[in-house]
Design a protein around this ligand. Sequence first.
Ligand code: ATP
Ligand code: MG
Length: 910
Amino acid sequence: MTFSSLRAKILRLQRPDGLPDNLLPIRMVFMQRYYGVNQLRQMFLDYFASQGHLARGSYSLVPHNDKSVLLIPAGMAPLKPYFTGQEIPPNRRMATCQKCVRTGDIENVGHTARHLTFFEMLGNFSFGDYFKKEAIHWTWDFLTNVVGLDPNRLYPSIYLDDDEAFEIWNKQEGVPAEKIFRFGKEDNFWEHGAGPCGPCSEVYYDRGEKYGCGKPTCTVGCDCDRYMEVWNNVFTQFDGDGKGNYTELTNKNIDTGMGLERLAVVVQDVDTVFDIDTMKALNEEVCRIAGVSYETDPKKDVSIRVIVDHIRSVTFMVSDGIMPSNEGRGYVLRRLLRRAARHGRLLGIDGAFLTRMANVVIETSRDGYPELEEKRAKIMAVISEEEEKFNRTIDQGLQILGGLEEKLVAEGKTVLDGAEAFRLYDTYGFPLDLTKEILEEKGFSVDEDGFRAAMQVQRETARGARKGTNYMGADVTVYQQLPAELECEFNGYTVLEENSVITALTADELVGTLNEGDRGTVLTEKTPFYATMGGQQCDTGRITGADGSVFIVEDTVRLQGSKVGHVGYVQSGSFSLGDAVTLSVDEERRANTARNHSATHLLQKALRQVLGDHVEQSGSYVDAERLRFDFSHFAPMTADELREAEDKVNRAILSATPVVTELMSLEEARKTGAMALFGEKYGDVVRVVRMGEYSTELCGGTHVANTAQIGCFKILSEAGIAAGVRRIEALTGSNLLAYYRDMENRLASAAAAAKTVPDGLEKKIAQFQAEIKALTGENEQLKAKIAGASMGNAADRAVDVNGVKLIASRAEGLDMNGLRNMGDTLRDKLADSVIVLASVLDGKVNLMVTASESAVKKGANAGQIIKAIAPLVGGGGGGRPNMAQAGGKNPAGIEEALAKAGEVLAAMVK
Ligand code: ATP
Ligand code: MG
């Protein structure tokens, strides 16, 4: 007996009238039970837990160790290492409800009933455990018996020649053959370049004719909203070579995905994903803010839905630690937020409104995602800052775009240059989307290829080409050949030296031996070496063989599956698999790194005390030299705030508090109020680092045993690195001592140069300043004297040109200002005069002509004179009839120019 028939039987028994179906006077209408989104999520996880799955909530939206995607697009994405066998899963059956973002669907959002950029994907997964039979059965059982969907409305689809799946649907689950649809590769075969792949089987729900497109061809698989795809089962059974050749995998996997919102649409029997319970509240809030009502104007409806969708993406992305920026995830966030803001404007909303929307997201989703509540303050701060910024730039951008539109019209064009669109994006933060939308409303378009080309040019110059990634996202390296079951125990929290055995060696390939001079990686059973992780830079040191061979460890890397690689070279002797070795960490480097790391914990706490609880770590870097701490905060810190934070850290150091680390469950850790990191993938057991009452953080790093060992702490700089993110750089311990020594030395040499001692330096500088002031005064006086003298000479040299007095003279050493002053004085001294002065300064000629008013009346024109004579000194210039100036490159032409001035004037005033 199948589950469904059993359930049908039970239902019949429970029927109040106790009558079997065929005796009921009226045919019973199928009644769908109502479940909310939060209920459905839990039902799914509970159901699969009861089928032996490890059920867990969502991973972060930020991919971990995976460069192939910016944001998690599907439930399977965070589990890739389990599918590829790079890591061993905690359980061979898992089920999750995963936050997903698909920006690829952005154009559909608001227009179809089923697409969102942010949605939750329910999924059950088998890592080489169960396969098709179980997967299909549970899919059917969950939909029809647990959720209670009408089986008559459900239609499975399978891949063309997947007869195995057909048999299971048909024979095992009793779905009539004519209700099972066969689709081709593009729909029902999951493949991504070379690698694991396989056929899919989807389940569609027929929502009834009223949702159909009415076309005669409308059936399962139609793009319209009648048959909604709710669940997709991927049967990963082949290894493809990318050229159409497939071999059967020994370890077959199951990967399924069902959109929670879509499930809710059919369960709640509503029109679209925007009408399910959690989304409805958002919908109503936008309408309230905008003062519009839903379903009165199709254009407004699109804006309402876009806002409802985008604010969910934005809120969840910020809660996972993503900050708005002009690149990568940050840009996706910025674009979604700005798009939502702009659709707010289209609805006639004045001013900022997105934090109000985000509040509703938090209210409706915190059940499944407590992090939303935890990060509320930060979410609000980030959104309001970015929205304000957008409102400021949008006006500026609109203006520029307006100008560009006019230009298009004037030039009779309809396509905006890609480079212009890029400039708008790059300089004014105007997303391409937005430019496109605004232009499209007016019948223009954008050269998107040109835009991308411009972006590409900028990217390449900024960063250089990226490394290639393979299909599963991890960079292809020799380490992928390492056996998955290989593990390495890290003992470095307690010891810095450890005896162990070599378990693997790699050069370009896995090798059995590394000889003197070879570069490579050594893996051992145990290690005291800390691998670079969580912002803390790795240990370095040496590995010695029993025969005295030495391997220098320059870098320690963490590899998939908690393996640790010691990267470096063989300095002497050789190393082979199975060799007994001693691993020794460079103690001083470790101690300095620990000082810096522990100090960042104290700093984070101090910043939260001084600036507020919105301060969260958004990045950190600690090595043996210094520490860098990035955190969320929206204004530059004042000098007082910096000093206060620094004082707090130093007080915590001086209090000599023991640093205690403990392992506990994530749940317990949260209860201690430990600060956790955004987007970090924590295991079930976490390490909590506590510094007395002062600081408690989840952290896997190595720390000092007592805060006093940090020695001292000093902030060197504080600056903004992205919107709402500040960076502090600081020093501790011996590095700080070295820093002060260096300052002291520089002070001493400065003092020596000033012929005094450091203590006398301020006095000495005051003396110098006074001296400089006195000398400058004297200098000015002398200059004036010289100028006066040469003026006297010049005045004597005035010649009469047809009744106008002309002085054409050199005035050495004067700049243009000086020439003008002198010219003015001479002109005012002599009636009816024209003054032409030339000087050479730094090899360049300055030329100035001025004419008195009466001379101008007689026909003299300074501007014309300069035009005529400037070419002789290799320059050009111009001006008004009474004043003109020019520069030139040819001092040799000065005499000729001065002579010519007379001729030109003579012609003017005859
Ligand atoms: P569609 O063709 O409807 O876009 P898809 O083939 O892209 O769907 P899958 O990649 O198979 O979907 O994802 C698995 C499940 O996730 C889908 O069956 C659906 O329930 C859900 N899903 C996919 N994309 C979205 C989206 N943009 N919004 C909401 N749910 C989605
Ligand atoms: Mg899709």
